[in-house]
Design a protein around this ligand. Structure first.
Ligand code: NAD
Ligand code: 0WE
Length: 258
């Protein structure tokens, strides 16, 4: 039923084996997609080596550096896709960043530069990557990004990332409206808290996870592979009538009041 053979999928945001993007890449591969993987390059090439080793079993046909703060790396990523693949079908946007200083304490003390950085990397990058993908999605396509409930409700310490996610979710709607006539669908998955590189750096994440385990209807949190399955669905024909939506993959936590 779920078949992605013949589909070219670009996956951003893999840092290690806990990354949500890694869960997504595995499920897209399982469904038969041809993968392109991007990583955030560093001076010593440590990330390149680490991610290359991790993704090797998925046989990606493209493996490219892409820091979304660097216009040139984005241009070159999509130029390579055009040359090597000819068309793109699937874009997975699975990255976010805010300064650690801005993920605790008073939101009103967020600096101008901290605010700009968080929105540049976490929000504008979706707009930018979608704009670059648009001319390559000649047979239609599916764009999926990752968001969090902190973009809709005030969650302690999520602060500037909440503003970034609110902007991201609204960007999903504007992109869906623009790209729909070209049969490109744009959706977000709102995942419950998962222990990853990004979330582990946040104080109190384990307490949040335990809270979800007590309160969520399913009495547990979700896994990267469950998010990956939802992403595979949103990238497949099974979701052909769905665009502009925020799909909660959170064990039901979002529906609860008290
Ligand atoms: P992660 O640390 O594994 O992934 C974050 C990724 O962002 C990393 O791969 C990192 O390299 C990349 N990144 C940061 N700055 C970048 C830049 N300038 N250019 C390119 N890439 C850059 O953590 P994760 O939890 O898997 O996060 C993935 C997405 O899922 C994020 O959008 C996050 O907000 C979202 N999310 C996470 C959770 C959670 O609890 N972990 C819940 C809901 C949503
Ligand atoms: O979106 C996220 C993680 C976002 C994130 C995390 C970090 C930590 C390390 C963005 N940038 C950074 N920068 C760093 O230097 N999540 C949904 C996970 C998360 O982060 C929180 C959470 C949850 C859940 C921050 C505060 C409160 C809850």
């Amino acid at each position: 039923m779920l078949n992605l053979t013949g589909k070219n999928a670009l996956v951003t945001g893999i840092a290690n084996n806990r990354s949500i993007a890694w869960g997504i890449a595995q499920q897209l591969h399982k469904a038969g997609a041809n993968l392109g993987i991007t990583y955030l390059p560093d001076e010593r090439g440590k990330m390149e080596k680490k991610v290359a080793e991790l993704v090797e079993p998925l046989n990606p046909s493209l493996f490219l550096p892409c820091n979304v703060q660097d216009e040139y790396q984005i241009k070159s990523t999509f130029e390579t896709i055009r040359e090597q693949w000819g068309k793109l079908d699937i874009l997975i946007h699975c990255l976010a960043f805010a300064s650690k200083d801005d993920l605790s304490g008073d939101f009103s003390q967020t600096s101008r530069s901290g605010f700009n950085t968080a929105l540049e990397i976490s929000t504008y990058s979706l707009v930018q990557l979608s704009g670059a993908a648009k001319p390559l999605m000649t047979e239609g396509g599916s764009i999926v990004t990752l968001t969090y409930l902190g973009g809709v409700r005030a969650i302690p310490n999520y602060n500037v990332m909440g503003v970034a996610k609110a902007g991201l979710e609204m960007s999903v709607r504007y992109l869906a409206a623009e790209l729909g006539p070209q049969n490109i669908r744009v959706n977000a998955i709102s995942a419950g808290p998962i222990r990853t590189l990004a979330s582990s750096a946040v104080g109190g994440i384990l307490d949040m996870i335990h809270h979800v385990e007590e309160v969520a209807p399913l009495r547990r949190t979700v896994t990267q592979l469950e998010v990956g399955n939802a992403a595979a669905f949103l990238c497949s024909n099974l979701s052909s009538g769905i665009t502009g939506q925020i799909l909660y993959v959170d064990a039901g936590y979002e529906i609860m009041g008290m």
